[in-house]
Design a protein around this ligand. Sequence first.
Ligand SMILES: Nc1ncnc2c1ncn2[C@@H]1O[C@H](COP(=O)(O)OP(=O)(O)OP(=O)(O)O)[C@@H](O)[C@H]1O
Length: 230
Amino acid sequence: MGLPLAVSQLVVTAADRRLLDIPDFTARSGECVGIKGPSGAGKSTFLYALAGLLPNATGKVVWGEADVLALRAGARARFRRDFVGLVFQDFLLFEELGAEANASIGTAFAPRRRRDTMRRRSRQHLDELGVPAGRRAVRTYSGGERQRIALARALAADPGVILADEPTASLDAAAKGQLIGDLVGAARSGGKTLIAVSHDTALLDAMDRTVTVMNGVLLPNAAPAGADHA
Ligand SMILES: Nc1ncnc2c1ncn2[C@@H]1O[C@H](COP(=O)(O)OP(=O)(O)OP(=O)(O)O)[C@@H](O)[C@H]1O
């Protein structure tokens, strides 16, 4: 089950500079939204603010009933653990650990009663995503396989929200195509809300709609999905 998103008066500042100013943004539960824009525009800042990861963000970021910016640090971390799966450009895996250990790393932070389910789910996702089994360290896996391990990790808690930051940027053409199918497939089959920052037109084309960030603000963007992403 996805969560709807309602953002209002979101402002992020750093060293007296306003990095982001988003008066209003919403996404429906289960919607897949792409975020595009030039380098340095504020796309990652926007995504991390949506995850409640930026201490210098003000305003409201309401996922379902929860305003993550109004939560204290511990409650924010618990909200992320339970409701948000994160996927990063450079995977952020523990290189010396195996695929299963990485995919189920969230169990270390989960209540004991949920750990078996999370382990089972991460094994199932690794199988479904076609990640070769084995006890070897993930540094020996290909980029595409590593990103699928990261996706299995993001899905382990069955979150209502997936936030992805340039998830295909480190992959070759074939791996990009597979990852897009896997990521969007996981979101759509699970009814999860997916927000993905990307320059990848194939990924943006797979979203329900795409918005543009420029100089820290959202441009009015009436273009339907599949229209020009330049
Ligand atoms: N903590 C910070 N302190 C100061 N400036 C920051 C901080 N975080 C980000 N910035 C600046 O904010 C701007 C937006 O950064 P952001 O990473 O959100 O851009 P982006 O659109 O994701 O770019 P790219 O496509 O290159 O990843 C950049 O100019 C960056 O240098």
